[in-house]
Design a protein around this ligand. Structure first.
Ligand code: PMP
Length: 363
């Protein structure tokens, strides 16, 4: 059976077709064991090898320096909204968390941070409905603070930080959930990076965090053991039963990522895909892009129709053409095409063609 749609879902998002084929073919027999990778002990040698290889590939693909730990955490990216303050806020005496409010997930991280101690929002684009990534004023980089949290790609509205700021000795914490492995990022710019796995890394329910070693060991004493980055670093992420299926899927996705030529090669295709869609959006008043032109995301292209009464027709006709999950997030409305690494160029070409045809038919 072949897949009949191009899936533009924002996450959980489509996995590369060869990965899906591989998962299917391996499900009853992982590496000749006669069992699936997620039916064997998480501490067995084959699983530990899988986990070690997953970390190794991620290190290679992201060029993670040796003084950074890689940990696999339960609970998705939202759990990191809690783990960041729990593990970092106390790094400085009377330290506070600084936050950039660039979108809805940033706002949720801020709300969660505020549960554990003092926080300050140093820049916000809330009054512009997050259409821009706010600039961080230099005076906001307070070295008495514990960390500065940014969302590097804002999944709902579709904006992206083009340059990662240099925050010097103030640890920068980056939520890269919806852009990890889509372009080269200098890990050294960050004290901590984290990403939920369900976009460019596999399936939902787990996140990966990349943490500079000196930022481990500062957790509040009441931090639950499983939310303590150091516990996970010290146990090789095996403080309890790890999310075995998510690790296995990530391993296969990272192998595929490597086969594509790694981040540099995928980044070139991602640029091409995004350019195709933005070009269609910019050539007609029929479409209204939602992100400011200088802040547009390469991964989440959000837009609406000048005549919003046509939105249901757009979605129905798109689906009839095999273009799936283009409805915008309910907070933002309109439409959104999420075009992560696994979305082939042909899928985006099909969408661009459909959009051009839709203007001809309804414009
Ligand atoms: N941050 C960003 C930027 C996201 O896009 C998402 C999910 N779409 C999250 C955090 C939350 O991830 P999760 O559902 O895995 O907790």
């Amino acid at each position: 059976m072949s897949r009949s749609v191009y899936n533009f879902a924002p996450g959980p998002a489509m996995l590369p077709r060869p990965v899906m084929d591989r998962l299917r073919s391996e499900v009853l027999d992982f590496e000749g064991l006669g069992a699936a990778a997620f039916e064997i002990s998480h501490t067995s040698p084959p699983f530990k090898r899988l986990l070690a290889e997953t970390e190794e590939m991620l290190r290679e693909l992201m060029a993670i320096p040796p003084d950074y730990k890689v940990i696999f955490c339960h609970g998705g990216a939202t759990m990191q909204f809690s783990m960041v303050p729990l593990n970092l806020m106390q790094r400085r005496p009377a330290g506070r968390g600084l936050y950039v409010e660039s979108g809805d997930f940033a706002r949720r991280a801020i709300e969660e941070g505020g549960r554990y101690g003092p926080i300050r929002v140093v820049a916000s684009s809330a009054t512009e409905r997050y259409a821009k990534v706010p600039t961080i004023p230099p005076e906001a980089l307070d070295l008495a603070a514990s960390y500065l949290h940014v969302t590097v790609n804002n999944t709902l509205i579709g904006t992206q930080m083009k340059e990662i700021p240099d925050t010097g000795d103030l640890p920068l914490v980056g939520d890269v959930t919806s852009e990890i492995l889509s372009r080269s990022l200098d890990v050294r710019r960050f004290g901590v990076l984290y990403a939920g796995a369900q976009k460019n890394l596999g399936v939902s329910g787990m996140s990966v965090a990349v943490i500079r070693e000196d930022l481990l060991g500062h957790a509040f004493p009441y931090t639950p053991n499983l939310l303590n980055w150091k516990t996970l670093a010290d146990t090789g992420s095996l403080a309890n039963t790890i999310h075995t299926f998510a690790v296995y899927a990530m391993h296969r996705v990272l192998e595929w990522t490597r086969e594509q030529g790694g981040v540099a090669a995928l980044s070139r295709v991602n640029e091409q895909k995004a350019a195709l869609l933005y070009e269609v959006l910019d050539t007609s008043d029929f479409y209204v892009p939602l992100a400011h032109p200088e802040h547009r995301s390469m991964l989440n292209v959000s837009f609406t129709l000048a005549d919003e009464t046509l939105l249901p027709t757009f979605l129905n006709e798109a689906l009839a053409e095999g273009l799936y999950a283009l409805k915008g997030h309910k907070v933002v409305g309109g439409l959104r095409a999420s075009i992560y690494n696994a979305m082939p160029l042909e899928g985006v070409q099909a969408l661009a063609q459909f959009m051009t045809g839709f203007v001809r038919r309804h414009g």
